[in-house]
Design a protein around this ligand. Structure first.
Ligand code: PMP
Length: 773
């Protein structure tokens, strides 16, 4: 049975008991002589029971799930009675045996029963409420939530269709919605909500009533106070903000401006229980999702279940409210609610280019002809101030996804405890060093922590000079290794590419063998060996000697090459035989981006002397690391007394540990492999349809697509056009790479999925068609 069909409450089906049976149950189990009258119920059989003495009760014959659900319903009422005795929720009465639950059987089926107090009053659903009443609804639910804080029961983990987090599972049933426009709208709401699920999962959570609609709220005769919160049968353990979201979504707005009505519920809730900024940020999504769930369940029941009628009114309300919410817009409603809650949205700064130029210099790098402004990120998406999502296929720093909650938690938790430098003892830095070195060959057993890839390469360069007593460096053509004075010289990719290299740097041509599986000819191998030998002798002739060969193992800025191991072997054999150290710069390719190996040097078949790390290791927290052999590190420390104030601080170490943990837990290396392979195939298909594209380069989630043009300048300009069109039309972020800037660079966060690859391939194809070959 598909998982969504196991959702409780998708179908209604309360147990069917006649009035006389109810009267008999009350007499047998509770010793009451009473007359009964059936009440509405979605999944429970409910009866209003009145004794001869004029006492009123509700007999509930509990349907739906017959395992832990009934016990949870009475346990929670007992819990509330203790926590907040004045709370207007039903009291439980025991059976003649003194138990909270009774048992009845009907045609071989057994059902639990419970007897609770009848709460008189009109139902909120039937009223044109005053604002005072709506405020009291919010306040009463907040009191319920406060009293529920310490409550738990295993039944709260049931999967129930009314839990908005099940919306993605319900989308299978959207074809049941007959009205095409409404169906599309609900599908859009569901897709948008799917994007927010991770953020929703990061909200504080607890036991919730979860169903504060007008049919579950009884109102006092005066009309402005809640008389009772009913029906604890849909309780879940979920985000606290969902309680409020359901009440706001369901608040009847007859005779009121909807914005004012919803605000009254929120204001009432806030009188009792404050909300966090993140909760307010997601309120709009939770409310929209509730409406979408109502419409999906209603439509499903219309086709499959007799219990649709009970939802007709709710569905009409949901449809109207969805419309209204959309017309008001997420940004304006959220801002308004922040105002009421006293929380603050992360205000999008008024960013003007002029201001930026004045403060950061007009040549401070910016992407795009019309630069983008982002205010938040989640997974593989970035969001602008209007909350439009952009698919991020460019950034490798958010390696495990933008603002991954586990990493954010790790950073925030440690920052709240201790954030100091590494000259005191602390466990986190050691745990992290252990976790990194455990993934390296045995001789790479000691770490130096710094704050960026540039610093890591700078330190590696000092180590290499110290170890060899030499001062010359070998790099790849168009390499990028960083911005410090020393490593900027190892970075011809930056600035004016035509400039000549410093005399102590020699660059090697990119590999001619581009296919990882390619068997290189002996002549080609000899040429690679000869080029390496030539680099060494050039540096020797200059009186410097070759101290280190720096290799970005993804050969990213050189043009994204996935050269075969025979290429790397020929190079490294020659260089190492000359005593030159090998520095594997894993700033781009490390931590599984290749999809086949954790380290890029493993894919290349290399055994480095020094490994440098940056960008992805902190998922946005600035960090860098150097891994080398202990003897070398100790001798270097003894001579130079090396220390970095922020390097390896406890917060950084926690961020690093969380990143490694997420890579493993979410199997991101394997995903880079499988999704990368799929992405590559999709790009190849696009390339085969347009003469303006050449080969697809790279592997895993570091891919390049060659763009052609009549000449180099034309190719470069087409590349830029494609990037801008893809951004403007499809809200997808890609970059360019290579010596001529004519390779589309595709390097997304590792949670990237095949469905995203489809979007990117389609958008690039469309852009190419628009621009023309
Ligand atoms: N090495 C490589 C291969 C890089 O791509 C980069 C950054 N693009 C660096 C080093 C420098 O890292 P950072 O910007 O953190 O200093």
């Amino acid at each position: 049975m598909p998982a969504e069909d196991r959702l409780i409450a998708l179908s209604s089906a309360p147990p069917v008991f006649a009035v006389v049976e109810a009267e008999r149950i009350v007499a047998d189990l509770y010793g009451l002589t009473a007359s009964a009258e059936a009440l509405a119920g979605e999944r429970d059989g409910n009866f209003h029971v009145r004794t001869r003495q004029g006492q009123d009760f509700v007999l509930k014959i509990l349907g739906g799930d017959r395992t832990e659900g009934p016990e949870c319903q009475v346990r929670v009422l007992r819990h509330l009675e203790i926590q907040d005795p004045t709370l207007p929720v039903p009291r439980v009465f025991t059976t003649l045996q003194g138990t909270d639950l009774g048992l009845v059987t009907q045609e071989g089926n057994s059902y639990s029963t419970c007897l609770i107090a009848y709460m008189p009053g009109r139902m909120l659903a039937d009223m044109a409420p005053s604002l005072a009443l709506l405020r009291d609804v919010g306040a009463t639910l907040a009191r319920v939530d406060r009293a529920l804080r310490g409550f738990f029961h295993p039944a709260l983990a049931r999967r129930i269709a009314w839990d908005v987090r099940e919306l993605p599972a319900l989308t299978r049933h959207l074809p049941c919605i007959g009205n095409r426009d409404l169906r599309r709208l609900v599908a859009t709401v569901a897709a948008d909500f799917g994007e927010r699920l991770r953020a929703v999962a990061a909200l504080r959570a607890q036991a919730l009533h979860g169903d504060g609609h007008g049919g579950n709220v009884a109102v006092q005769a005066t009309g402005d106070r809640v008389a009772g919160i009913l029906d604890f049968g849909d309780m879940i353990h979920g985000p606290l903000a969902l309680e409020l979201a359901v009440a706001m979504a369901e608040a009847p707005t007859r005779g009121l401006e909807p914005a004012v009505a919803l605000s009254a519920v929120l204001a009432g809730y806030m009188q009792v229980q404050s909300l966090e900024a993140d909760e307010i940020e997601l309120l709009y999504d939770l409310i929209m999702a509730r409406h979408a769930v109502t419409l999906a369940i209603h439509a499903w029941r219309l086709q499959h279940d007799a219990g649709a009628a009970i939802l007709h009114e709710a569905a009409l309300h949901a449809e109207a409210s969805l419309d209204w919410m959309q017309s008001r817009g997420r940004a304006s409603l959220t801002q308004h609610w922040h105002g009421i809650a006293g929380t603050r949205a992360e205000a999008p700064l008024p960013v003007t280019l002029e201001r930026r130029h004045r403060l950061l210099g007009a040549n401070a790098e910016l992407f795009y002809e019309q630069p983008l402004h982002f205010v938040r990120g989640s997974g593989v998406y970035l969001f602008d101030p209007e909350d439009r999502a952009y698919l991020d296929v460019y950034n490798n720093v958010p390696h495990v996804g933008h603002c991954h909650p586990a990493v954010v938690r790790a950073i925030a938790g440690q920052a709240a405890r201790l954030a100091t430098h590494s000259r005191y003892l602390h466990g986190a830095i050691l745990e992290y060093a252990e976790a990194l070195t455990a993934r390296c060959p045995p001789q790479l057993n000691t770490c130096i922590f710094v704050n960026s890839g540039s610093e890591a390469n700078d330190v590696a360069w000092r180590l290499a000079q110290f170890a060899t007593g030499r001062r010359g460096a070998v790099i790849m053509a168009d390499a990028y290794h960083g911005i410090t004075n020393a490593v900027a010289a190892l970075t011809p990719a930056s600035g004016d590419r035509g400039e000549s290299l410093e005399p102590w740097v020699v660059a090697l041509d990119p590999p001619t063998a581009q296919d990882y599986e390619e068997t290189m000819s002996e002549a080609d191998i000899a040429a690679v060996t000869a080029a390496a030998g030539c680099a060494v002798s050039t540096l020797d002739a200059r009186g410097l000697g070759a101290a280190a060969f720096f290799l970005d193992t993804g050969l990213t800025s050189s043009g994204i090459y996935d050269a075969p191991p025979s290429w790397a072997k020929a190079l490294s054999t020659e260089l190492r035989s000359a005593g030159c150290l090998l520095v594997a710069d894993e700033v781009q390719y490390g931590l599984g981006r290749s999809g086949s190996h954790f380290w890029g040097f493993e894919r290349r078949g290399l055994m480095p002397d020094i490994v440098t790390l940056g960008k992805p290791i902190g998922n946005g927290y600035p960090m860098g690391a150097v891994i080398a052999n202990r003897a070398l590190v100790e001798a270097f420390q003894a001579k130079f007394g090396f220390f970095s104030t922020f390097g390896g601080n406890a917060v950084a170490a926690r961020a690093g540990l969380a990143v490694l943990d997420v890579i493993d837990r979410e199997a991101l290396l394997a995903n880079a492999g499988s999704t990368g392979k799929y992405f590559r195939e999709r790009l190849q298909a696009v390339a085969s349809e347009h003469a303006g594209f050449g080969r697809v380069r790279g592997t895993g989630l570091l891919l390049g697509l060659e763009v052609r043009g009549a000449d180099a300048a034309a190719a470069k300009s087409r590349t830029k056009q494609i990037i801008n069109v893809v951004k403007n039309r499809s809200r997808i972020l890609i970059g360019y790479e290579g010596p001529n800037g004519s390779i589309l660079k595709l390097r997304p966060p590792l949670p990237f999925q095949p469905a995203h690859a489809d979007l990117v391939a389609a958008a690039i194809g469309e852009a190419a068609a628009l621009i023309g070959d």
